[in-house]
Ligand binder design. Structure first.
Ligand SMILES: Cc1cc2nc3c(=O)[nH]c(=O)nc-3n(C[C@H](O)[C@H](O)[C@H](O)COP(=O)(O)OP(=O)(O)OC[C@H]3O[C@@H](n4cnc5c(N)ncnc54)[C@H](O)[C@@H]3O)c2cc1C
Length: 398
């Protein structure tokens, strides 16, 4: 009897985990199903580019996973029963229940309005493709001189403001940050940020915590009223509510709490990776929601599952950071070198070299996802009989 592994979500982390499992485990012993709502891979790290009018390369899962042994199922996950070990999905053929022996939860995240009044009605977001396309359409209708205010001074806000300003120099672009611009960066990184923002003519509102969004303006906690024909909301990500509705141990915000192997601390048959999971990194600090964390989390989970089924060694993926790669439009960039626990070092790479570096990182990430089993040594281990027996006993008693 095959061991059934279901991977929910085929973003950066889910697709990598599924591909790695397919390469590690023998096809006769495991059935790997990858469930995703969209039929093609969405390069989330390029959503600001999509919004600014650039077109992205289509990457259908049917091509990416052809011949890998991974069954791709295009369906929307609506619920998970971690005690019954089933997943409920709805697809073109209606609702269905899928049974698993091991689950990898990788449903990612969406935008986080943080409950600020007016965001749902008036703000645009770029955390996913539908939002980015909606903003793209709105920006295309804006006339010269009209105001775009990007709210959020984190990585996504910096990338969005510069991308929009560079592609539409006729617009009046501003950024509202609740702290100082790039206050977590090194002095060199901050200076470069100010230089690029100056060159692109972006107005910066610092210490501007936005507390309300209206159709034509945003209001800040300290009483400022900032005019905005379009408000782009980029103040972090929020996970989908599916995990919170299960018996899994989750954080207050709904991330699944996992151990060092990316295994749920409450349900050992469930692994969680990417934005959906709360895992500790270097210095015992939670890993940041990012592609940079999602990849190593996926390697760790896939290799831990393979080790558990075949008796191999437990993995030790590098759950740490090296740099923050920030695009500042297509011609400028900033690579901020960081410590293992994500604090800025003095060194930073700037300018066109940094833009090329960031572009290579984005291309590399997409290529890696699009070639899920490439380059991994073929070590399709057999699931050991006693471990398979344990798995089917667990299945029978479920
Ligand atoms: C504009 C922007 C720029 C960014 N830049 C960077 C960067 O430079 N570096 C970096 O490290 N990170 C960056 N990030 C963050 C990064 O994109 C995310 O952290 C990363 O995509 C998380 O990967 P994931 O696999 O957890 O989730 P995702 O990539 O979001 O994948 C989740 C998958 O699950 C699917 N899904 C969701 N819900 C359901 C459901 N109910 N049913 C079925 N399928 C579902 C989705 O379709 C998707 O395919 C950026 C994000 C944005 C928005």
């Amino acid at each position: 009897m095959q061991h059934r592994v279901i991977v929910l979500g085929a973003g950066y982390s889910g697709a990598i985990a599924a591909g790695r499992l397919a390469k590690r485990l023998h096809r006769e012993d495991v059935a790997i199903t990858l469930v995703n709502s969209e039929p093609d891979f969405v390069e989330r790290i390029r959503m600001h580019q999509l919004a600014a009018g650039q077109d992205l390369k289509p990457r259908p899962y049917s091509e990416m996973f052809a011949g890998t042994g991974v069954e791709v199922r295009i369906a929307n996950v609506t619920g998970v029963d971690v005690d019954g070990k089933t997943v409920t999905v709805t697809g073109p053929k209606g609702a269905a229940q899928l049974a698993y022996d091991t689950l990898v939860y990788a449903l990612g995240s969406g935008w986080n309005s943080q409950g600020v009044p007016g965001t749902a009605e008036h703000a645009y977001e770029i955390a996913g493709r539908p939002g980015a396309l909606r903003l793209r359409e709105r920006l295309a209708r804006l006339g010269a001189g009209e105001r775009v205010v990007v709210v959020g001074g984190g990585l996504t806000g910096l990338e969005a403001a510069t991308e929009i300003a560079e592609s539409r120099p006729d617009l009046d672009v501003a950024l509202a940050a609740d702290g100082a611009l790039g206050d977590w960066l090194s002095p060199k990184g901050r200076a470069h940020l100010w230089k690029v923002f100056g060159k692109l003519g972006i107005t910066v509102y610092e210490h501007a915590a936005v507390t309300r969004v209206d159709a034509d303006r945003v209001a800040t906690a300290d009483g400022r009223d900032i005019p905005a024909a379009v408000t782009v909301w980029t103040t972090g990500f929020a996970v989908h509510p599916i995990a919170k509705a299960t018996a899994l141990k989750v954080t207050g915000t709904g991330q699944i709490v996992v151990d060092g192997m990316m295994r749920s601390v409450s349900h050992p048959d469930v692994y969680a990776v990417g934005d959906a999971a709360l895992a500790m990194g270097a210095g015992d600090k939670p890993l940041r929601m990012s592609c940079a964390s999602g990849g190593p989390m996926a390697w760790q989970a896939a290799d831990a599952i393979a080790a558990g089924l075949t008796g191999g060694k437990l993995p030790n993926a590098p759950l740490r950071y090296f740099n923050q790669c920030i695009s500042l439009g297509r011609k400028e960039g900033l690579i901020q070198y960081v410590t293992a626990d994500d604090r800025a070092r003095r060194a930073a790479l700037t300018g066109r070299v940094a833009a090329v570096y960031k572009e290579l990182v984005c291309k590399g990430a997409a290529w890696y996802v699009a070639n899920p089993t490439f380059g991994l040594p073929v070590r399709r281990r057999r699931v050991t009989p006693d471990r398979a027996a344990k798995a089917s006993a667990a299945r029978a008693s479920a």
